[in-house]
Ligand binder design. Sequence first.
Ligand SMILES: [Fe+2]
Length: 201
Amino acid sequence: MIKNKNSFAIKDIFDQDEIDLLIKISQKTDDVKNQGENFFAYTNGFSYNFLPSTIRKKITNQIGSHQPTVCMILKEHVPWPIHSDYSGKNDRNKPTWAILIPLDYSTDTHTVIFAEKEMQNLSNYKNNNKVKNHTFSEKELDLLSHIKKEDLQYVSDPIFYQWKIGSLICWQRNLLHCSDNFTTNKNDYKIALVAFFCEDD
Ligand SMILES: [Fe+2]
C-alpha cells in the first residue's frame, strides 16, 4: 500500500537475513566524511541497484515506483541539526521520498520529522517564514537539546520515529527534519541505510 502521508514508519518489514546483509554492505563501504565544514557523519555512497531485489521491492511497495538518486550508508557520530533533503545534484526530476533503514545504534534514537516544508535549507526557511512558537514538551526538548533554541521556534508538530531493527522510516524530501540528540556518551553512534528518490521519468 502506498501511503498518502508526508511521513510514516513501518515496523518489522525487513527480516534478520536482510538486515544482516545490509550490515555486511555497511562494513564494506569506505568512510567518506559528509560535505560541508562541520563533521557529523560518514555518508558512504553506493549504487541502489546493488541492493537485493527483495529489499527494493519492499521499499517500492511502500512509497511507489521512484528513481533512486542517492543511496548511502550513514554512520552518524554528531546529531544532525534541522535540514531538508530536497536539493540534490543527481535529481533529474522532482524530488520525492527519503527512506531510512536503521542498522545499528549505540543508544535509543529517533529521526525527528517536522511539519514544515523547505526546498533549500533552514536559513532560507527562517528568512522567509515567521516563528511558529510551538510548545515542545520537556521530553521533546531533551531529545532536541542539540538544536539551537532559535531554530526550534521555526518548526512545529514533530514526529519522533524511533529507530528499530527491521523498520523502514520514510518522509517527503521537502520536510524539515533532524536527528535526536543520541550522544549521551562520547562514543555514541548510529548507522543506517539512507536513500533519496525523485519522480520516475
Ligand atoms: Fe536528512
